[in-house]
Design a protein around this ligand. Structure first.
Ligand code: ADP
Ligand code: MN
Ligand code: MN
Ligand code: MN
Length: 359
């Protein structure tokens, strides 16, 4: 029997790229092939030279259709088969290959906000809900709107075989989180984009929209981020502490480049309030949710594990944040390995905390 393949790609919308998809019926026994689309309708080409190319890079079962139907995530290429300017996966693939020996792994915590009728889902038509406090990981009655969508999304991610790790309600009413990991550089980006597509698609059925905005409501309401957790083989191994500190230090050498690529509206979100560090300073510390980069308490106890970059926005491109972290952290490790084969002594777990002005 023929089956349905939903081709998914990332468009050229500004300031934040969005998702597009279309369906192709594929004959029994055939694999999804290269396809194309009208780039002039997605801000990826002009009308007079409109053909863009879709190259399948990741497929998984389609949990919303029938057995045998699939989702097909694609890279976008120009008509001459060169990577399209919006194709951030291409550069991520180069970084992943360059630093493959470090075996980088990621887990991304994706926060987002449901909207309906132009306001956060469940919010009153006029005014505000009760102030923040009861919503984070909350339960009960009308204060947790959207849970049925979250449940359906989790089931769908599991059925698709994605590396979903968990979900939680967030600090602002109508805001939620799911995590994807622990996965390689490209895999976490691929699976995050598919998980985002599934969430938007499922929310359609509930007549709800998903906002990836960094600060959907101004004022005393939390923003939405995409904390990006990172480790190398060395960080995960016994005695990985020195490599973790070196990673935190490396991130402090390219602060602005990261901030500028961590999503639209980042200065509105990284204010220094609401569990953020101000965008223009760089800091890291153990268990500190007011730092740019946090070393989880458990990691400090075990002296190995991973670090959490808390700065990326909910609307960050996962291919871009993973590429930058690999380039900055593995790049610095590779350079220092060349310079000094004997590792320098790093500060002890209890004293690791540094704050520096931006470079
Ligand atoms: P919190 O909300 O306290 O920051 P979460 O449980 O939401 O914590 O997220 C923790 C994230 O850390 C998960 O996405 C997980 O994949 C990631 N993580 C755990 N171990 C590693 C590791 N060794 N390397 C990279 N990421 C990791
Ligand atoms: Mn989390
Ligand atoms: Mn969170
Ligand atoms: Mn976190």
């Amino acid at each position: 029997m023929p089956y349905q393949a939903e081709y998914i790609w990332i468009d050229g919308a500004e300031p934040t790229h969005g998702l597009r998809s279309k369906t192709r019926i594929i004959a029994d026994g055939k694999k999804p092939e290269i396809w194309g689309f009208d780039g002039s309708s997605t801000n990826q080409a002009t009308g007079s030279f409109s053909d863009c190319v879709l190259v399948p890079v990741f497929t998984c079962p389609d949990p919303l259709r029938s057995t045998g139907d699939i989702l097909v995530l694609c890279e976008v290429l120009n008509a001459d088969m060169t990577p399209h300017a919006t194709n951030t996966r291409h550069a991520a693939a180069i970084a992943a290959k360059t630093y493959a020996s470090f075996e980088p792994k990621f887990g991304i915590e994706q926060e987002y906000t449901f909207f309906q009728d132009g306001r956060p889902y469940g919010w009153p038509e006029v005014g505000y809900p009760a102030p923040q406090g009861p919503y984070y990981c909350g339960v009960g009655g009308s204060k947790m709107p959207g849970r049925d969508i979250v449940e359906a999304h989790t089931e769908a991610c599991l059925a698709a075989g994605l590396g979903i790790e968990g979900t939680n309600a967030e600090v602002m009413m109508g805001q939620w989180e799911f995590q994807i990991g622990v996965l390689d550089t490209l895999a976490v980006g691929d699976q995050m984009w598919v998980a985002r597509w599934l969430l938007e698609r499922i929310a359609e059925d509930f007549e709800v929209e998903v906002s990836w905005a960094a600060k959907p409501i101004k004022g005393d309401w939390n923003g939405a981020g995409a904390h990006t957790n990172f480790s190398t083989k060395q960080m995960r191994a016994a005695g990985g502490w020195d490599a973790i500190i070196a990673g935190c230090e490396a991130l402090g050498t390219r602060v602005l480049e990261h901030i500028e690529n961590y999503g639209d509206g980042i200065k509105d979100r990284l204010t220094g309030a609401h569990e953020t560090a101000p965008w223009h300073t760089y800091s890291y510390g153990v268990s500190d949710r007011g730092c740019s980069v946090r070393i989880p308490g458990g990691v400090a106890r075990e002296k190995k594990g991973y670090l959490e970059d808390r700065r990326p926005n909910a609307n960050v491109d996962p291919y871009t944040v993973t590429r930058l972290m690999v380039e900055t952290i593995c790049g610095a490790a590779a350079a220092s390995a060349k310079k000094a084969p004997v590792a320098k002594k790093a500060p002890a777990a209890t004293t690791a905390k540094a704050t520096r002005a931006k470079k």
